[in-house]
Design a protein around this ligand. Structure first.
Ligand SMILES: [Zn+2]
Length: 387
């Protein structure tokens, strides 16, 4: 019969601290909540120690959400866990290495405070973002993705389209398009493109290859290349690390320290996702760089690079034909028209896209049947459509 005791659990999605009972089973820790939810098993071999508050053993598990944490304050329980989990010894060594790195970062922070004063944060973020390992982008993306799925209002259905009744063919079409773009882009991170159940005409990218294509935008598209072009533009933001740059600009190095220290709580992520989504304004230079990236990528897959400009024009026309009340309502609902407000000077962008596009013959990125399927990836009608 194993030992057991109380601990605090964070699920990695919300910032709520939940009391759990931890029992030491033969193969791992069994976490049970007082509400009677099904217990989780964290196998000993997959436990990792991460930097936590003084006096507590803070654990993560490779079997759980990457940001889930367990804080054990009971010293006897912590010692018993250490005795059974060989992986924690390695964790302790890593921890010592981490402390050295943190000390280094402390020096870097002191230096950077000086640099901020001299150069300003945006200029510094520009210099730092390309130097970050891609794994940092991926961790940011993973954390933000969990927050976005939690935060975005998506009506009655699932956040992500493609798993519902009659949505499988649309999902297959989106996956085929993703593979095509992904092979041509050949980024160091895999692309995760999802269709979002929302009638807002929007699309955005997060660091690390996470791209969200809203149903409202899919429905506005008249050709597969218009969707491919928007995706190619978002892939450009991923390739250029624009999201990471924006996170650095919004937070300074404190956010990065959070990652280095492993103390990246759900609450902090929520705040930053809100900022990243609401202040969706890349610089004009970043936008035109992403457009030119999209033109090159579309040419590489043999599709029509001009379709991105056509799509942007249509979205502007649509937003002008809406009355003010509708626009205001959508804005309250989330990120209405952010796609346009964050993508200024559409006429100018379209001219630049056309100029760069050239005259090579194009073949649609998806055939007619696959495009028709993609149009219904969120079902025949969105839940919040029809006003
Ligand atoms: Zn953009």
């Amino acid at each position: 019969m194993g030992l057991s005791g109380p601990a605090s659990y964070f699920d990695g999605v919300t910032s709520r601290r939940r009391p759990v009972l931890v029992a030491l089973d033969d193969t791992g820790l069994r976490l049970s909540e007082s509400d009677g939810a099904a217990p989780q098993l964290w196998p000993y071999s997959l436990l990792r120690e991460v930097a936590g508050p003084p006096g507590a053993l803070r654990l993560s598990s490779q079997s759980a959400h990457a940001l889930a944490r367990l804080d054990v304050r009971d010293a006897a329980l912590a010692a018993a866990i250490r005795a059974r989990a060989p992986s924690l010894a390695a964790g302790e060594r890593a921890e010592r290495g981490l402390r050295r790195r943190v000390a280094l970062w402390g020096c870097a922070a002191a230096v950077s405070a000086g640099l901020f004063a001299v150069y300003g944060l945006p200029a510094l973020a520009d210099r730092i973002a390309p130097l970050l390992p891609w794994s940092v982008d991926q961790r940011m993306g993973e954390g933000f993705d969990a927050q976005i799925r939690f935060l975005l209002p998506t009506g009655d259905g699932d956040f992500e389209c493609g798993a519902g009744d009659g949505e499988a063919a649309g999902k297959a079409a989106l996956d085929a398009l993703t593979t095509k773009l992904s092979d041509a882009a050949a980024l160091p991170v895999p692309l995760k493109i999802v269709a979002v159940r929302s009638s807002i005409p929007n699309a955005f990218a997060l660091p690390g290859g996470y791209i969200y294509l809203f149903d409202g935008l899919i429905r506005e598209a008249e050709t597969p290349d218009e969707i491919a072009g928007v995706l190619a533009h978002e892939i450009g933001h991923v390739a250029h690390r624009d999201g990471s740059r924006r996170v650095l600009q919004a937070s300074g190095l404190s956010f990065l320290f959070g990652f280095v220290l492993g103390d990246f709580s759900g609450g902090a992520a929520t705040i930053f996702v809100a900022r990243v989504l609401s202040e969706a304004s890349y610089s004009r230079a970043a936008e035109s760089d992403a457009d030119l990236y999209a033109v090159r990528l579309m040419r590489r897959i043999g599709a029509d690079p001009r379709a991105l400009g056509t799509m942007l024009d249509r979205l502007v026309a649509e937003s002008k034909s809406k009355d003010g009340a509708d626009v205001e309502k959508d804005r309250d609902g989330g990120s209405a028209l952010d796609y346009l407000s964050s993508h200024p000077a559409v006429a100018e962008r379209r001219r630049a896209i056309d100029a760069a596009a050239g005259d090579a013959p194009a073949r649609p990125a998806l055939d007619a049947a696959a495009f028709a399927a993609l149009k219904t990836i969120c079902g025949p009608e969105t839940a919040d459509e029809g006003s």
